[in-house]
Design a protein around this ligand. Structure first.
Ligand code: SF4
Ligand code: SF4
Length: 384
């Protein structure tokens, strides 16, 4: 760490941008003790308790801004915090201080640039947002449609993830749901933008999407990603949105319970469920994904030792998906090792970021022949 400097305005900006809970911290260190960074083979300079200490006193002294962007906002630490501090919100506010001075890591600047020019973080053409629908007949949203299907930028553009978007659309059609897409006019929900600390850009994106959805007559939204779910449900209302938002796993579980979605083909495989942080800990959706997996005949459903509130993050949240992470510091590598030790043949999940991170780890560990990663929608589609 370099010489520490004290800036009153640093603390003031953190407090003003929603991080006022930093002042409740009593420096007990329970957060650092439960943070996955402490479990990694390769040690990191990042320590959430120390970061809060520096933020509270207005210090600005980390040698590398990358350390300030180490947090995946997984919310694991908040489960243990005796003061009930929403730690990821404070992290976001600290980052907004850095973002205001232009000090964010290079990769994240590229993400912001792409969102500004193309409306997505993957540097893809905005007019290609519906490319995922090729070969799959997906209805357009009209004022008579019940649900808008909002497809996350990753599932809209990434070839692997596009299969998940198609599987979800096929399941909705099979269950007779009234849904449609808006498509190329949509922009990124802005989840990562806000986690980077770019508050102004987030506000512009949210305002754009809220106006677009209102003008189209949207009342209810199905999200393919837990990150969009969290943002639409918890952050858009601050800007006037009044949509009813549901993750696709919750809706499919309701449809299955009502007899509208029938899963019948057996899948005699050992399947372990990886809990996406923004579906589980952040949004409290724990049962629906498990009930969907258990509905598949002959599936042998396994659990990680740490699950639900104690599930280990894949390390893709908090905009980390766009950052380089050294071997020995990847949470997803640990997760793959644990799945292998449990004897799993399939890691099931319900988040596009988790799929990217876990598949990378499978390849890095040469386990991609022993195991595969599947979205729950893909498992269900195979079992229709
Ligand atoms: S657990 Fe809560 S109170 Fe304790 S150091 Fe961490 S943020 Fe502060
Ligand atoms: S949110 Fe997750 S990564 Fe960030 S400090 Fe807490 S436990 Fe660590």
């Amino acid at each position: 760490m370099s010489d520490l400097m004290i800036f009153d305005e640093v603390r003031d900006v953190i407090v003003a941008s929603g991080g006022e809970e930093i002042q409740m911290c009593m420096q007990c260190g329970l957060c650092s003790g439960s943070c996955p960074w402490g479990r990694m083979e390769e040690k990191s300079e990042f320590n959430i308790r120390a970061m809060f200490h520096m933020g509270r006193l207005g210090y600005d002294g980390y040698e590398s801004d990358d350390v300030l962007f180490a947090c995946t906002t997984c919310n694991q630490c908040a489960v243990k915090c005796p003061r009930g501090i929403k730690i990821p919100n404070v992290v976001r506010s600290i980052r907004s201080v850095i973002a205001e001075t232009g000090g964010i890591p290079k990769n994240l600047k590229a993400v912001l640039g792409s969102i500004n020019s193309q409306g997505n973080p993957w540097s893809q053409e905005k007019d290609e947002r519906v490319a995922w629908t090729k070969g799959c007949d997906v209805p357009q949203f009209t004022p008579e449609t019940e649900y808008l299907l909002y497809v996350c930028c990753t599932s809209a553009y990434d070839g692997r993830s596009q299969k998940v978007a198609r599987a979800i659309a096929d399941l909705l059609k099979a269950a007779g749901v009234s849904f449609g897409i808006i498509g190329n006019e949509e922009k990124c929900c802005g989840e990562s933008v806000r986690k980077i600390g770019a508050e102004e850009e987030f506000g512009k994106l949210a305002e754009y999407n809220i106006n677009l959805f209102n003008n189209k007559g949207v009342k209810k939204i199905i999200t393919t990603s837990p990150h969009c779910l969290y943002t639409f449900k918890n952050e858009y209302p601050e800007l006037g949105a009044e949509f009813e938002v549901i993750h696709y796993t919750e809706l499919l579980q309701n449809l299955m319970a009502g007899g509208k979605l029938k899963i019948s083909k057996p899948m005699p495989r050992k399947v372990i469920y990886h809990e996406p942080c923004y579906l589980g800990r952040h949004s409290r959706v724990f049962d629906a994904p498990r009930e969907l997996i258990n509905a598949v005949p002959e599936i042998d459903a396994l659990e990680f030792e740490g699950n639900k509130d104690y599930s280990l993050c894949c390390s893709g949240g908090g905009a980390r998906i766009w950052m380089e992470t050294k071997a020995g510091q990847r949470f997803s590598d640990v997760k793959v090792k644990e799945a292998s030790q449990a004897g799993a043949e399939v890691i099931a999940t319900a988040c596009p970021y988790c799929i990217v991170m876990l598949e990378d780890s499978l390849k890095n560990q040469n386990k991609d022949e022993e195991m595969s990663v599947k979205d729950i929608s893909e498992i269900l589609k195979e079992s229709l």
